[in-house]
Design a protein around this ligand. Sequence first.
Ligand code: AMP
Ligand code: MN
Ligand code: MN
Ligand code: MN
Length: 283
Amino acid sequence: MSILNADLHCHSVVSDGTLTPEELAARAAANGVELWSLTDHDEIAGQHRAAAAARSHGMKYLTGTEISVTFAGHTVHIVGLGFDADDPEMKQGLLATRGGRGARAREMAEGLARVGIKDAYEGALKYVGNPELISRTHFARFLVDSGVCQDTSEVFRRFLVEGKPGYVSHRWAALGPAIRWITRAGGIAVIAHPARYHFTANEEYALFTEFKAHGGKGVEVVVGSHTAAEYVTYAETAREFGLAASRGSDFHSPDESHTDLGQLPYLPGTLTPVWELLADRIR
Ligand code: AMP
Ligand code: MN
Ligand code: MN
Ligand code: MN
């Protein structure tokens, strides 16, 4: 059944969102979301709160996270859904993935200092819930609020993407282990927003092929950062690779996100929705 208002991708203050899990649940419910998942970057500390908040609003819930992975020299995001949020191996894997964000952030601040932006590490830190999860998003908020840029997309364009002064390349988890943590904890792995990677056709083919070989099951098709044309492209890719399809806003903040929770088009009816693979994991 594809006609379900499922939103299986968003972020809270536990990672780089600006709302608490409870505020997100209330907003999702108000927008008509029926099945929800909170997918903080590299951290599952918000899962029990999110599940309880979902229940209090009468929404179904799937556990979630979005793991940072390095594949062929690029950063790829893998969403995990429906895993046991108390799984020790998963928690350990995510802890290791988070390690290094602090040192990277200090290097980013050094890069920004070289172009005259002082104390960006301390500045970004003020926006962070958990310092282990300091991200480019927090630097972007600091640079907007301190008047250097108009909005976060300008910050990314000018300072935080490859070749710009605040960009520091980083080695995240490997693809195989990330999929294994999710799968062994009873969940399924999903390739997040595939249109957002700067892959050649061959690299993208390799990503999908290796993802399948490691036991990956799904791909995001209808997601906040995809255009309508990209829904069509990745619906086709899902069919080609025999993957289930997911839907999610990737909502971070009422001030920054152009797609609100639960507001995207439904998944195409010809695809298998990821929640059909997770019927016994829905709470
Ligand atoms: P990090 O994990 O520290 O590399 O930060 C990645 C995060 O930055 C993503 O999860 C998004 O929330 C955000 N982001 C990446 N690219 C952009 C962009 N072009 N505009 C706004 N936010 C972005
Ligand atoms: Mn983010
Ligand atoms: Mn992502
Ligand atoms: Mn995301």
